[in-house]
Design a protein around this ligand. Structure first.
Ligand SMILES: NC(=O)c1ccc[n+]([C@@H]2O[C@H](COP(=O)([O-])OP(=O)(O)OC[C@H]3O[C@@H](n4cnc5c(N)ncnc54)[C@H](OP(=O)(O)O)[C@@H]3O)[C@@H](O)[C@H]2O)c1
Length: 292
């Protein structure tokens, strides 16, 4: 049963993530109204206590606080544009994956108190200690609704710029996909030799977890723009060894395309006279954009 002393919340979007958010709100007792393009997805949530709005307008007018969790930026704009007037004066918390530019565009598009969010969890992690969510934009919207937002997981406010939550989100996703790319390549190598990837997986996790600690040193070097601090694995050595990643893939007849882009960047740093420094200096090449 909803706790009517708690503020009403509306959730737009009942995909895997939107449904998990609704379940967290219901478990915490928030009166929750839901809308989804495909109405059938509301049925199990209504059985668990949610109220189903069949139109976006009804969903928006049911609550001052609107949580939006749709596929992408264009979907959010298309859905919210249909209720532009009804949105006026409400709080919109957009948890849809977006870029920083898209988030800033939405923040200025409607007459709302706008908070953007980046969910750092998969649906089964929502409302567990493993989940955290970045927020940025309206500080008052964040402060006023913090208790509601913390039903999803730890909330981390990263600034008044509505684009900063998306920037943090995409940065962490970049780290994750880089790890997935390397992990997939590693598993492909092992699999190509007929070795059990299941038996290999714990070794991969162990090594990647211990090497994750390396980012603290890289971050210090980047902030100080000094890539010669505490170097234990110079980039000339790393660049020479990296060539073997491609050669090893060729020997196993697998594609090295997931890992190949880093090799030329390391080689350029070495050629530019930075061989004694750490790999963090590669960021100086990234900062040039696509200019050589
Ligand atoms: N799942 C995750 O692991 C995860 C993790 C972090 C962040 N996120 C983010 O959360 C957001 C939602 O993800 P999800 O996992 O819930 O995705 P999903 O299961 O694919 O659900 C997509 C949602 O968007 C709606 N939608 C798609 N196109 C639409 C359109 N043209 N008009 C109206 N509604 C439309 C879908 O409605 P229908 O049901 O009618 O198709 C559904 O509600 C995404 O931005 C995603 O990046 C997801």
């Amino acid at each position: 049963m909803p706790d009517l002393s708690k503020p009403a919340v509306t959730v737009l979007g009942l995909g895997d993530m939107g449904s998990a958010l609704v379940r967290a709100l219901l478990a915490a007792g928030y009166p929750t109204t839901v809308w989804n393009r495909t109405p059938a997805k509301a049925k199990p949530l209504v059985d668990e206590g949610a109220t189903h709005a069949t139109t976006v307008a009804d969903a928006v007018t049911a609550s001052r606080l609107l949580i939006v969790c749709l596929l992408d930026h264009n979907t959010v704009a298309d859905v919210l544009d249909t209720v532009r007037d009804a949105l006026s004066g409400r709080v919109v918390v957009n948890l849809t994956n977006s870029t920083q530019g898209q988030a800033r565009e939405l923040a200025g598009r409607y007459d709302v108190d706008y908070l953007d969010g980046g969910i750092m969890a998969v649906p089964p992690m929502i409302a567990t200690p493993a989940a955290f969510v970045f927020y940025s934009g309206s500080r008052s919207a964040y402060d006023t609704n913090k208790a509601v937002l913390e039903t999803f997981g730890e909330s981390i406010y990263v600034g008044t710029d509505p684009g900063f939550a998306a920037l943090h989100d995409i940065a962490l996703l970049s780290g994750m996909y880089g790890m997935f790319a390397g992990g997939l390549h590693a598993l492909a190598l092992i699999n190509s030799a007929g070795i059990s990837t299941t038996e290999f997986a714990p070794l991969l996790k162990r090594y990647v977890t211990s090497m994750a600690g390396y980012v603290d040193g890289l971050a210090e070097q980047i902030d100080k723009q000094d890539y010669a601090i505490n170097v234990t694995s110079n980039i000339a050595m790393q660049s020479a060894g990296y060539i073997n990643l491609t050669l090893s893939a060729q020997e196993q007849a697998i594609s090295a395309e997931l890992l190949e882009p880093l090799g030329p960047l390391m080689a350029r740093r070495v050629a530019d006279g930075h061989g004694h420094e750490d790999i963090g200096g590669v960021i100086e090449l990234l900062k040039k954009g696509n200019k050589k």
